[in-house]
Design a protein around this ligand. Structure first.
Ligand code: CP3
Length: 362
C-alpha cells in the first residue's frame, strides 16, 4: 500500500518531541453531532453504526471537521465498542441513549466464553482506515484508536454506560480472577486490533482509558495500567519504515502521572484537572503531553475561548526549539467535545492555538 507524502507533520513531530512551527491541535470526537454536516450524513446512514460500518460514510465524516478547521490530525471515525461487538456482545445505539450491549458479561460462564475476536468481523474498520488515509491525500496524519482493556470491561460488564460502575466493580472485588481473565483477553484483542489499524494505514494510535480514573488507588495500577502496558508491549513499532507513536489517555489519571510515565508509549493524554506546567516538570522529556482544555470552555464566547486556549499553551510553557528531541505538546481538549458546542467557537479555538503558539516561538 502506498499513500501520498505527508504535508503537515506537526502532530507526528510533537509526538516524537521534535520542534514544530506551531503547537499541533486536534480534538477528541472532532467528528460528531455538534457539526450539522455530521447530523445530515448520519440521517442518511440511518444510525451511528450505519455510519461507522460504511467505508464511504466513515471517510466522509472523518474529513468533515478538517474541511471546517485547519486541524493538524484526523482520527478514524469509529467507536471503542466495536471490539466487544465483534466478541459477540451485540452493540446497539438507541437514539439519544448511548451504547447498549444485548449480552453483557456478568458471570463466570460469560467471562470464560470470551475470545479475541475474528478480525474479519472488524474488516469494516480497517477498510475505513485505508479509505480515510487515501482521502486525506497526505494533508494530515491519521490516528487509529481503541478503548483500554479496563474501559472496554466497564461497558462489557455494565452492558451500557454507568454512573457508579457497581457491576464491574462488584466483579473486580469479588472475583478478581475473573476480572483479570477478562482484561487479559481484552488486552490481546486491543493489541491485534490496533496492529491491524497500523497495517491498514494508521500513522499513530491512541488508547482511550476513559474510565481508568474511577478506580481506587491500587486497583488502577492492577486492573487498568497493567493491561494498558500489556497492549503496548504487543504493538508494532513501525510500519513501512515509519515509526508509529502511541498515545495513552486516562481520564482522571493525573494523580498517577508518575506511574503512567513507566508506560512504553510516546504521548500521555491529560484531562483538565491537571496543571500542565507541573505535568511537564514531572514528566520532563520522557513523553510528550496531549491536552487539556476543559471542553466546557467552548460554551463561552469566542474571545474567552481564545483566552483559555492561550492559558493552556502558557501553562505548558516555552516550546522546544532546535534539533533533536526535547519536550512536546499536542493541544487537545481534556475529553471529547460536547454535542452542544457551537461550531464557530471551535474556529476561534483552533485559530488561537495556532496564532498564539506561533508567537511563543518568535
Ligand atoms: O474522536 C473522533 O472524532 C473519533 C470518533 C470516536 C467516537 N467515539 C465516535 C462516536 C471516538 C474516538 C470514540 C471513542 C469512545 N466511544 C470512547 C472513548 C472516548 C471518550 O469519550 O471517553 C467512549 C467511552 C465511547 C463509547 C461511546 N460511544 C459512548 C458513551 C457513546 C454515546 C455518547 C453520546 O454522546 O451519546 C458513543 C457514541 C458515539 N461515538 C458518537 C460518536 C460521534 C455519537 C453517536 C451519535 O451520532 O449519536
Amino acid at each position: 500500500m502506498s499513500f501520498a507524502p505527508l504535508q503537515n507533520d506537526t502532530f507526528l513531530r510533537a509526538c516524537w518531541r521534535l520542534s514544530t512551527p506551531h503547537t499541533p491541535v486536534w480534538l477528541m470526537r472532532q467528528a460528531g453531532r455538534y457539526l450539522p454536516e455530521y447530523r445530515a450524513t448520519r440521517a442518511q446512514a440511518g444510525s451511528f453504526m450505519g455510519l461507522a460500518t460504511n467505508t464511504d460514510y466513515a471517510t466522509e465524516v472523518t474529513l468533515q471537521p478538517l474541511e471546517r478547521y485547519p486541524l493538524d490530525a484526523a482520527i478514524l471515525f469509529s467507536d471503542i465498542l466495536t471490539v466487544p461487538d465483534a466478541m459477540g456482545l451485540g452493540l446497539s445505539f438507541a437514539m439519544g441513549e448511548g451504547p447498549r450491549f444485548a449480552s453483557p458479561v456478568r458471570d463466570e460462564a460469560a467471562v470464560k466464553a470470551l475470545r479475541v475476536p475474528d478480525l474479519n468481523k472488524l474488516k469494516y474498520v480497517f477498510d475505513a482506515v485505508t479509505s480515510i488515509r487515501r482521502a486525506l491525500n497526505g494533508r494530515v496524519p491519521l490516528i487509529g484508536f481503541s478503548g483500554s482493556p479496563w474501559t472496554l470491561a466497564c461497558y462489557m460488564v455494565e452492558g451500557a454506560g454507568s454512573d457508579d460502575y457497581r457491576l464491574v466493580k462488584t466483579m473486580l472485588y469479588s472475583r478478581p480472577d475473573l476480572m483479570h481473565h477478562l482484561l487479559a483477553i481484552n488486552a490481546d484483542a486491543v493489541a491485534v486490533y490496533l496492529n491491524a489499524q497500523i497495517d491498514a494505514g494508521a500513522q499513530a494510535v491512541m488508547i482511550f482509558d476513559s474510565w481508568g480514573g474511577v478506580l481506587a488507588d491500587g486497583a488502577f495500577q492492577a486492573f487498568s495500567l497493567a493491561y494498558t502496558a500489556r497492549v503496548l508491549a504487543q504493538l508494532k513499532r513501525e510500519h513501512d519504515g515509519t515509526k508509529i507513536p502511541r498515545i495513552v489517555f486516562t481520564k482522571g489519571g493525573g494523580l498517577w502521572l508518575s506511574q503512567m510515565q513507566s508506560l512504553d508509549c510516546e504521548v500521555l493524554g491529560l484531562d483538565w484537572t491537571v496543571n500542565l506546567a507541573q505535568a511537564r516538570a514531572l514528566v520532563g522529556s520522557t513523553h510528550a503531553l496531549q491536552g487539556n482544555l476543559d471542553p466546557n470552555v467552548l460554551f463561552a464566547p469566542p474571545q474567552q475561548v481564545a483566552a483559555e486556549a492561550r492559558k493552556v499553551l502558557e501553562a505548558f510553557g516555552a516550546p522546544h526549539r532546535g534539533d533533536g528531541p526535547g519536550v512536546g505538546h499536542i493541544f487537545n481538549l481534556g475529553h471529547g467535545i460536547s454535542q452542544h458546542t457551537p461550531p464557530e467557537h471551535v474556529t476561534a479555538l483552533v485559530e488561537a492555538v495556532h496564532s498564539h503558539s506561533r508567537q511563543m516561538r518568535l
